[in-house]
Every structure is written in structure tokens, then in C-alpha cells.
Design a protein around this ligand. Structure first.
Ligand SMILES: *[C@@H]1O[C@H](CO)[C@@H](O)[C@H](O)[C@H]1NC(C)=O
Ligand SMILES: *[C@@H]1O[C@H](CO)[C@@H](O)[C@H](O)[C@H]1NC(C)=O
Ligand SMILES: *[C@@H]1O[C@H](CO)[C@@H](O)[C@H](O)[C@H]1NC(C)=O
Length: 686
């Protein structure tokens, strides 16, 4: 008979027991880990749903029946109501503050913000703006507490603010003032006041400038204003006026205009996107719902405001804080020391753009590179472990590696982070993964446009993969449309991205033509970006719809591609390619290189000034031959090669209106500028 001990001595039993113990242990470990799996709002394998029909419209898996959400809180359907909601939740708590040189934030409460805002709004009305008239008011300032006060002041009386910003330049600011019939512009610095005054004579509607900062209103600037016949007030004076002539609030309705946000394109004047309260509230609700339950917006959360308030991205960030009783710390105005401001504010969410996040990545990596091998090894082991966790869907900041390797880096961003948002441009997969590992919090990438209240898709919490911008937000629907000239087809899940929903704007201010280009008859907003649906319903941005001409014989021409090829020709400094759709060939206008053209001339035995050389047929042919050769080598098709060239002795500049501040050719303006030359090259049509 076997006794118990004999049984235990059997190898098979040992094996079974051993396997059981190990399995139990592994299961416990797995369950422990599972506690750290981030909650996702939807099944990550099916993040969006394709609706039946030819159009292949995609909607969030949260809204399969197109039951899109328009708002999050019944009592916050406008930005004004959202502010009141925050105030009701957290009235005496900090609302807005300024980062200071003392190393702390000077806060004021919701109730104080409201009092100031009413004074400001009443003051503006006393100065002639009609409440509820949707009158536009210009704000030309960096992010600062006063900006926030004006924002609340405007919405309390249904006034509409229009941000102006430096890169627009004085001419464009003046254009906007005219287009919006703006009578009051609020500025911070002497320089900005001066820039507005400089063009006052061509902005007849401008009557008043309000200076946010008393010390910036110098005697000289006062004189300048007087000469330009513009009244100037300090913020203090405005508030005194408001106090004396206090008005009851005139709150906006949900479909009233909230802001006009100007975006500068590569062609022509900037366009003012009109966004309603309902638009931005919908975008915020979509964002909030897509983040729930992993991330919630609750009172006392802090946001550091340094991305320009002239863009919708930052306006949305501010709204999200106000609506939930959170607080907004305004940076000191110098991006070079933004990290110090972040440390003071200790934000719970860090909203950023790739440019800055790349810098964080590079700085940390340089630091790691410079330390001793022990620290480097610990850092690398930490990264490896965190990467492995990410692949399992785990992202957290309380592992042993956080204590050993990442604590200091987390402290740089205030040590209080719950989430990082990135938008405006694609963030590289490397940097996303780096941030997720090192910070141990979700890094979410949003995608959208000013015209869709800045956000239409978001990578979901819990999805720690890269290379996609997430599914549509539950406030809108998205479809891709064919772009045959670039060989993208919706049936292959590729095409130009179009949005529709409560967050999509109503049109461009006084610009029905551009509105029609952006919004089609069925209210789809055409983005110009090319996207692709991934199998799990997320969107990937793969290209940009190019500037394309169709020639008479039906061939498509992408001028940017040809220009890039021709740019290696040393005889021209800049080149512009144009194709008329009634003709079968493309033409070029080249800004010649004064250093190299004379050499070609002397080789050909041609003499004369630069202007004369430009007009010389032999020289033109010389340059064109060189371009042809380069084009042929680069594989341009025959119809892509320019048939004629005009040589221009000057250059295309921002100053002569032929380039944008971002160094892109302004094609429409070039066409106007060279209308005579084009006519010579296209004798039959132009
Ligand atoms: C780290 O150092 C190596 C070799 O010294 C260098 O190749 C690498 O570019 C450095 N990385 C960073 C991020 O500075
Ligand atoms: C770690 O994450 C938690 C929860 O997301 C957050 O509240 C906390 O501030 C984070 N800690 C640091 C040091 O970032
Ligand atoms: C979604 O699909 C893409 C492409 O197939 C894949 O790389 C990614 O890992 C998937 N995401 C998730 C969360 O499974």
C-alpha cells in the first residue's frame, strides 16, 4: 500500500503540484497587473463603426446610432453658462492666475473673475458696443490673466472676440479690423498698440484701443494715438467706467457666435472662421466623453496656459477648466522659461504641441547621454520595462522604475500630471512612446481644424499604440472621399478627410466664396488632409491634398513636386510652376540667381545687366534647358516639364506679398503679380 509520503514522492505529482503553484503565482501577478490596465471608453479593436451606405461614414463606437452628443452638462450649453457652472461648483476657489517671478502663481477666484469681467463688459458697452449684437472686438495680446478676464467679459454680454496675433503682420491685422468692422482693439504691449496704430488710417472702423498694461501706455504712444484719431484707455479706466455704468449680463444663446478665429492660408487673405458657442461646447463634450472614465474633469485641476489663445486649441483647454471649476495659470510670456512656469503651476494636464514635446524628449535624452553608465543603464532598463507594459496596455507612474529613473523628469513637469495632450501637428511615434514611458500617463493626440473647433478625433486612453489619431469623437462623423488625382479611393479606405457634426463651424466671416470651398451642400467640412482607416477604426493621416492643376488633356500636375525638383537648378533662387487648365502645358517663373546667371551669360557670349539678361531669349533657353535636364533626371513626365519660362530679376518675398510668413509661395498673388508674363506664355487664353 502506498502511503501519503509515497504519493508525494511520485515525480508526476511533483510536476502537477509545481505547475499548479507556478500558474497560481503567475495568475496573481497578471491580476495585479490587470488592475493597472487603463479603462478605455470602447473596445480598442473596434473604435469606430462604418455606417451602411456608399459613403462609408465612420462614427465613434460610443455613438453607433449617430446619437451624437452636443453638450456634457445640461446647464452648460454656452461658454458663458460653462463659466457660471464652474463658478457654482467652485466660486471661492482659484480660477485664473499669473505665474510670477517670485516662483508662485498669483490666483484670483471665480467670483473675483466674474466681478472683473462684468466691469470690463459694462465698460465696453459704455464705450459703444451693443450687448447681444455679436459686435466683434479685437484682442491682440499674448496669453495673460487680462486675456482671460476679457474673454469672460465678452461672453457675459454676448460680445465676440477676435484674436489678432503677431505673425499676421500689421497689414493683415488692419484687413481683419476692416472685415469685422471692429471699433475696439485690446492690446498688451506698446509694440502691439503701435502696430495697430500704424495702419489706423486704413482701418476706418477703429475708434478705441484699450491697453491692458498701464506702463505700456507711454506718452509717445498716447501721442501716436491722438495723431491717428484713436482714443486710448487703460484697462483700469475701462473698469472704472464699467463700475460706474454697470450693466446686467446679456448672455448668449447656444447658436450665437462665440469667436471669429482667423487662420492664414498660403493664398490670399486669412479667413475668419466663425464658431458658435454650440460648436466649442460640442467639441469639449466629445473630448470629455472620449476620455471617460480613464480621465475625468473635476474641480481644482490645473492647466498651464501658454499655447496662443489666438488658436482654438487653447480656447478649448481654457473652456474645459472653467466648465469644471478647474484653474488656469497663465505663463509669464517667455517660452524659454516655460518649464519654470510649469513647475510653479503643477498642472494636472499638459496640453502641448510636438515642437515643445520634441524639445523635452531631446533634453532628457541629452541628459541621460551625459550621465554615468549606472544611471544610463537604469534609465534604459526602465524604458524597456515600461515599453513592455505599454504593449500590454498598461501605462502608470508608480512602478519601481519611476522611483529609480523617472521621478526627476516627472518633477520637471510639476509632478502632478494625469495626462498629456498633443495637437496641431503629428507627434513622432518615438516621442509619444518616450513620454508615455517616462511620464507614465496617457499621451493623447488630437486631430482637427480650427473649422471643427480644433478637434474631431482623439487617440483613446488605453490605446498605447502610435501612428494614428484615434477614432471620430462622439460629437461628429467622418468620411473619406476619393482624390483620384492622387490615387486615393474611399473604397480602399483612403481619401480626403471630411467632418460633419455639432463642432463644425458655420462659415467664414463675410466670405461666402471660401465658405463654399470648405463646406459642401451637405455640411461636410473638407479638410484637405488625406487619411486612411486602420482595421480597428482609428484614423491615420497619410498625406495632404496638394495644389493640383488639371491640364487640358486631363493630366494632373502637382506644382509643388515640380518646384521641388527644379529647386536644385543653381541658375534660379526660387521657382513657381503654373498650369492653366485650358492649356496642355505648364509654365515657370523663376527668380534668377544673380550670382550664377552672369556666368552662363558670359559662356554664351551675352552681355548686359541682370534685367537685360532676364529678357534675353538665349538665356531663357539656357535656363529652361537646365531645368529640363534636371527634371528628366528626376523622372518628371514630359507634360510636367515647364514649356516656357519667364525670368524675374527680383525675388519672391514676404514683403512684396509673394510669400507667406511660413515661406510658402502665395500662388494666387503670384498669379496676379505676373499676369502680364503669364499672358505672354499662354497667348491664347489669358
Ligand atoms: C548620445 O550619444 C551618442 C554617442 O555619444 C550619440 O550618437 C547620440 O546622438 C546621443 N544622443 C542624444 C539624444 O544626444
Ligand atoms: C501619477 O499618476 C497619477 C494618476 O494618473 C497622478 O494623479 C499623479 O499626479 C502622477 N504623479 C506624477 C509624479 O506625475
Ligand atoms: C490598430 O490597428 C493598427 C494597424 O493594424 C495596429 O498597429 C494597432 O496596434 C491597433 N491598435 C490596437 C489598440 O490594437
Amino acid at each position: 500500500m502506498l502511503d501519503v509520503y509515497d504519493i508525494l514522492r511520485q515525480p508526476a505529482v511533483y510536476g502537477t503540484l509545481g505547475v499548479f503553484v507556478v500558474a497560481t503565482f503567475l495568475d496573481l501577478l497578471r491580476r495585479r497587473k490587470e488592475r493597472f490596465l487603463m479603462a478605455s471608453p470602447v473596445d480598442l479593436k473596434h473604435q469606430s463603426i462604418e455606417l451602411p451606405g456608399e459613403e462609408r461614414v465612420h462614427v465613434s463606437a460610443l455613438t453607433p446610432d449617430r446619437n451624437f452628443i452636443e453638450y456634457m452638462h445640461e446647464d452648460a450649453r454656452t461658454v458663458y453658462q460653462a463659466f457660471l457652472r464652474g463658478k457654482a461648483v467652485n466660486g471661492d476657489a482659484d480660477c485664473m492666475g499669473s505665474c510670477t517671478d517670485k516662483g508662485s502663481v498669483d490666483w484670483i477666484s471665480y467670483n473675483e473673475v466674474y466681478e472683473s469681467a462684468k466691469e470690463i463688459g459694462s465698460g465696453l458697452i459704455h464705450l459703444g458696443l451693443k450687448p447681444k449684437s455679436e459686435a466683434l472686438i479685437g484682442i491682440y495680446a499674448q496669453n495673460r490673466l487680462e486675456w482671460g478676464l476679457f474673454e469672460v467679459g465678452c461672453i457675459t454680454y454676448s460680445l465676440v472676440n477676435v484674436p489678432l496675433y503677431d505673425t499676421l503682420g500689421p497689414d493683415v491685422c488692419s484687413y481683419i479690423i476692416n472685415q469685422g468692422d471692429i471699433s475696439i482693439v485690446v492690446c498688451d504691449t506698446t509694440k502691439r498698440i503701435s502696430a495697430v496704430l500704424e495702419k489706423a488710417s486704413s482701418s476706418p472702423s477703429l475708434k478705441i484701443i484699450i491697453g491692458m498694461l498701464p506702463k505700456e501706455i507711454t506718452p509717445e504712444i498716447k501721442q501716436e494715438a491722438q495723431d491717428a484719431n484713436v482714443q486710448i484707455f487703460t484697462l483700469q479706466e475701462l473698469r472704472e467706467l464699467g463700475k460706474k455704468h454697470m450693466q446686467d449680463p446679456s448672455p448668449p444663446e447656444k447658436d450665437d457666435m462665440y469667436t471669429v478665429c482667423y487662420t492664414s492660408g498660403t493664398t490670399g487673405n486669412p479667413k475668419g472662421a466663425m464658431l458658435t458657442h454650440a460648436n466649442i461646447i460640442a467639441a469639449g463634450a466629445g473630448l470629455q466623453k472620449a476620455c471617460y472614465p480613464a480621465l475625468t474633469f473635476i474641480p481644482d485641476q490645473c492647466h498651464i496656459s501658454y499655447l496662443p489663445l489666438a488658436h482654438m486649441y487653447e480656447r478649448l483647454n481654457v473652456l474645459m477648466m472653467l466648465m469644471h471649476g478647474g484653474k488656469i495659470a497663465f505663463y509669464r510670456g517667455d517660452v524659454k522659461v516655460i518649464i519654470d512656469d510649469v513647475k510653479m503651476a503643477r498642472p494636472s494636464g499638459f496640453c502641448s504641441v510636438p515642437r515643445l514635446l520634441n524639445r523635452v524628449h531631446d533634453k532628457v535624452m541629452q541628459g541621460v547621454n551625459g550621465t554615468n553608465w549606472i544611471k544610463k543603464t537604469i534609465f534604459n532598463m526602465g524604458m524597456k520595462s515600461k515599453m513592455a507594459d505599454l504593449e500590454k496596455g498598461i501605462c502608470r507612474n508608480n512602478t519601481i522604475w519611476d522611483k529609480l529613473a523617472f521621478k526627476k523628469i516627472q518633477a520637471v513637469l510639476g509632478g502632478n500630471l494625469e495626462v498629456v495632450f498633443s495637437g496641431a501637428a503629428p507627434l513622432s511615434p518615438e516621442v509619444i512612446s518616450f513620454l508615455r514611458c517616462v511620464l507614465g500617463v496617457p499621451v493623447l493626440e488630437g486631430y482637427g481644424q480650427t473649422e471643427s473647433a480644433v478637434i474631431s478625433t482623439l487617440t483613446l486612453p488605453g490605446d498605447h499604440t502610435t501612428g494614428q489619431v484615434g477614432p471620430p469623437l462622439p460629437c461628429c462623423e467622418i468620411k473619406l472621399i476619393d482624390v483620384p488625382e492622387m490615387e486615393y479611393y474611399a473604397k480602399e479606405n483612403k481619401g480626403e478627410i471630411c467632418f460633419r457634426g455639432a463642432n463644425v463651424f458655420k462659415g467664414y466671416l463675410n466670405n461666402p466664396e471660401k465658405t463654399k470651398e470648405a463646406l459642401d451642400d451637405e455640411e461636410w467640412l473638407h479638410s484637405g488632409d488625406i487619411g486612411m482607416w486602420l482595421p480597428n477604426g482609428t484614423l491615420k493621416i497619410i498625406d495632404r491634398r496638394k495644389n493640383i492643376f488639371k491640364l487640358a488633356q486631363g493630366e494632373y500636375l502637382a506644382p509643388e513636386k515640380i518646384e521641388t525638383v527644379y529647386s536644385s537648378c543653381s541658375l534660379v533662387q526660387q521657382i513657381w510652376i503654373y498650369g492653366d487648365s485650358l492649356q496642355s502645358y505648364a509654365v515657370a517663373i523663376g527668380a534668377v540667381n544673380p550670382e550664377t546667371l552672369p556666368a552662363l551669360a558670359s559662356k554664351m557670349g551675352v552681355k548686359g545687366s541682370l534685367e537685360e539678361l532676364c529678357k534675353n531669349e538665349q538665356i531663357k533657353k539656357g535656363v529652361l534647358d537646365d531645368l529640363m535636364k534636371i527634371g528628366k533626371e528626376a523622372g518628371l513626365k514630359a507634360f510636367e516639364q515647364a514649356k516656357y519660362i519667364h525670368l524675374y530679376p527680383g525675388t519672391f518675398e514676404i514683403d512684396n506679398g509673394l510669400m507667406t510668413p511660413t515661406q510658402k509661395l502665395k500662388r494666387v498673388d503670384l498669379r496676379k503679380f505676373f499676369v502680364k508674363e503669364l499672358k505672354e506664355m499662354y497667348p491664347d487664353t489669358m
